[in-house]
Write a protein that binds this ligand. Structure first.
Ligand code: SF4
Ligand code: SF4
Length: 414
């Protein structure tokens, strides 16, 4: 296994991290026996960074890992989990959530603790609720060792969050399609230059870069004469960057795990040739040609006075063009823009034109939003959205209740 050193401190982390959000399933729940074997096989092969979060697997990922890391495995890994800002209404919620997570994970400390999925808005809210004091107190007490954040917003917001605190590390979405999206390459370089370790998530764009691979891409990769899967090429492209500390992969089966372990072994910084990089640029261009909107996700058009999540709508629309009409693309659009607390779906647009004046790409945003709305917001969306929203509220209430009871029982209840 290849190891890379965390800039703050001297932890040597495996270049491949295990993301515990796509564990093998049986009857729609985590397949406990197989998933435990998978996690332990990864650790035996040298993987020493395991990442989870409260919502993964409907709240079951953390407690699963607590059990899977028994028998001495906990001591062999650095464990990462995240504080969910959407479950925090007051400062005391932060302590309650951390106590619950420690109980679920059956540990007395979290090695890498992140604020989950920060945007500019959620960062400012958490800052105002006192999250820095919470994190520093938890660190002083030895409950957490390193402080970081995961991120989903535009490049400008990324720099603001990086500069707002002396973070140890950050976690960003990065892959061949996200060079100019969210934190992007500029954000990767910015964070590394400021001494942050950088953990990469979504290296295969939710697995799409391994699954929905166009024939043209396979043909271009074959021209190299090197036998590598599209997933291997995509991962090597990320590990080639010296700024990257760990690449997380949400591995669901033994074949993926073994391929990724083999790849991580010699995917060193600077190991791709100029020819390889030129080939990957052609691959990226093929995917880009399939994108529906030339939106970079910069966010200059935001905020929309009527609440439209403009870059979010276009990101889902582009996934639709890139990866075909998979039901998952529609589901994520509905989930992210239609049933979150703050709705941002395309049909909210009133055509005021404010965003058009701000867009550096000069996109006809209201017209494009009409296309998005026609694609995603048909009768099913209109009818099901209020019901899904209601169910989400019930689920959140139930999860909070369950976590409170779990913390109060000292981790005895499931
Ligand atoms: S044109 Fe539509 S999306 Fe743009 S700012 Fe106005 S309401 Fe929002
Ligand atoms: S629509 Fe334009 S301004 Fe808005 S995120 Fe996309 S490129 Fe940036």
């Amino acid at each position: 296994m290849q190891y890379r050193t965390m800039p703050s401190g001297d932890d040597r982390l495996s270049a491949l991290g295990f993301g515990a959000m796509r564990l093998p399933l049986a009857a729609k729940r985590i397949d406990e026996e197989r998933a435990t074997r998978l996690v332990r096989e990864a650790i035996e092969a040298g993987v020493n960074y395991i990442d989870t979060a409260m919502p993964y697997h409907n709240g079951e990922s953390e407690s699963f890992l607590g059990r899977a890391l028994a028998d001495g495995y906990r001591e062999k890994v650095y464990l990462a989990t995240k504080l969910p800002p959407w479950s925090v209404e007051a400062r005391e919620d932060m302590d309650r959530l951390l106590v619950t997570q420690l109980a679920k994970l059956r540990t007395d400390h979290i090695d890498y603790y992140l604020l989950h999925s920060l945007t500019r808005r959620s960062w400012e809210r958490m800052r105002d609720l006192g999250v820095i004091e919470f994190l520093e107190t938890a660190k002083e007490k030895g409950r957490i060792r390193h402080i970081g954040f995961s991120f989903h917003d535009n490049p400008e917001a990324f720099r603001e969050v990086v500069d707002a605190y002396a973070w140890d590390f950050c976690q960003i979405q990065y892959n061949i399609l996200d060079e100019c999206h969210q934190a992007g390459t500029a954000g990767l370089e910015y964070a590394a230059a400021r001494g942050l370790g950088v953990i990469i998530m979504e290296p295969l764009r939710g697995g799409h870069l391994a699954r929905a691979v166009p024939d043209e891409v396979r043909a271009i990769e074959a021209e190299t004469g090197v036998s590598r899967t599209p997933a291997e090429w995509a991962l090597r492209w990320i590990w080639n960057r010296p700024e990257v500390t760990v690449v997380l992969s949400g591995m669901s089966d033994e074949a993926q795990l073994r391929e990724n372990i083999r790849t991580a072994e010699d995917a060193l910084p600077g190991s791709l040739s100029q020819g390889d990089l030129a080939m990957m640029a052609r691959v990226r261009d093929i995917y880009r040609d399939r994108m529906m909107v030339d939106c970079t996700g910069c966010g200059y058009c935001m905020p929309c006075p009527y609440g439209v999540d403009i870059p979010g709508c276009f990101a889902h629309y582009n996934n639709y063009g890139l990866f075909g009409k998979e039901p998952a693309v529609r589901y994520y659009f509905a989930q992210m823009t239609g049933i979150m607390d703050k709705e941002g779906y395309a049909g909210l647009c009133r055509g005021c034109g404010k965003c058009v004046r701000a867009c550096p790409q000069h996109l006809p945003i209201p017209d494009l939003l009409q296309d998005v709305s026609r694609t995603f917001e048909g009768p099913a969306f209109t009818v099901l959205r209020p019901a899904m929203k209601h169910l989400k509220g019930i689920h959140r209430h139930w999860t909070n209740l369950k976590n409170r009871r779990y913390a109060a029982s000292g981790g005895e209840e499931s």
